[in-house]
Design a protein around this ligand. Structure first.
Ligand SMILES: C[S@@+](CC[C@H](N)C(=O)[O-])C[C@H]1O[C@@H](n2cnc3c(N)ncnc32)[C@H](O)[C@@H]1O
Length: 279
């Protein structure tokens, strides 16, 4: 599904552009997560020597390969980074975005356009709030709306599908009958609903591991890493980041809060742009 809401989409686009502008990718570039190809296009505008995209989703990897045909120097690796990275060499610039953040927030916004706001508070708080509002609003969805939504959601959001719809049933947004129908139609097992919700800690841990691995074996001297961050809280407040990267004398760490315009240009939400540079 991706950023379903126009405001969120516009924020995502603006934020990704701000990150790539700051990263200034040149030389050999690695990108993790193709998604809609927004970052890939910005990276290509910087004319890198080579550009490897890691994308494990078969459909998205196919889209990336199609796009790569008109962009010489781009190679697509269809694997999760956890598998692909060890086989790759070193890079001058790395952009990391494996987040399904767009999907989680986007899904909720899509279902609850009126109530949703993308706040600058922690994303976890925002998700709980929107879920709460969904419950309070007692919105009920028709079979058609659900079918349209399922089709979109299944494409990029398989892992959270069962949990999400179990929540919809619990909150009364869909009936028991509609829930059973969804499980049957999309061959989803009820146990899958127990899969944890979008886990911000898991994503932070994954980002940390990724940067650590890259610094160890995949970044050239002077090479730079940046990433899409779900939460605009300063990385100085993240003890793991602080101890391992920010205070590491072999690393130059910078961060800045950039105001990102929403589609409705009167609204601005911040995005945190960080760069980890190997000295
Ligand atoms: C938010 S999208 C990326 C957006 C993209 N960078 C852009 O600017 O348009 C996240 C992408 O990461 C991919 N992804 C998820 N887990 C991954 C993993 N373990 N390794 C690499 N990519 C992953 C998803 O399939 C999805 O395409």
């Amino acid at each position: 599904m991706g950023c379903a809401d126009e405001n969120v989409l516009s924020w995502c686009r603006g934020y990704v552009k701000a990150i790539i502008d700051e990263l200034r990718p040149a030389g050999d570039v690695l990108e993790v997560g193709y998604g809609r190809g927004i970052a890939a296009a910005h990276i290509q505008n910087c004319k890198p020597k080579s550009h490897i995209i890691i994308e494990p989703d078969r459909d998205l990897a196919e889209k990336a390969r199609k796009w790569a045909k008109s962009h010489p120097g781009v190679t697509v690796v269809e694997e999760p980074w956890q598998k692909a990275l060890a086989k790759l060499k070193t890079f001058d610039a790395i952009f990391f975005n494996e987040n399904s953040f767009e999907n989680e927030i986007g899904a909720m916004l899509w279902l609850n356009r009126e109530a949703a706001t993308l706040a600058s508070r922690s994303a976890q708080e925002v998700v709980s709030e929107i879920e709460g509002e969904l419950a309070l609003a007692k919105i009920h969805y028709s079979d058609n709306e659900i079918d349209e939504f399922c089709d979109k959601m299944l494409k990029t959001h398989k892992d959270e599908f069962a949990r999400f719809f179990s929540g919809m049933k619990r909150r009364g947004n869909i009936t028991d009958k509609q829930y059973e129908h969804i499980l049957q139609k999309y061959k989803i097992k009820k146990e899958d609903a127990k899969i944890a919700s979008f886990d911000f800690k898991k994503h932070a841990a994954s980002l940390f591991l990724f940067i650590q691995e890259c610094l160890k074996s995949h970044v050239n001297k002077g090479g730079r890493i940046s990433c899409f961050l779900i939460d605009a809280t300063s990385k100085y407040e993240d003890p793991q980041f602080f101890q391992n990267f920010i205070t590491n004398p072999a690393i130059n760490f910078t961060e800045k809060l950039v105001p990102i315009k929403m589609k409705d240009a009167s609204k601005v939400e911040p995005g945190l742009v960080v760069v980890v540079e190997k000295l």
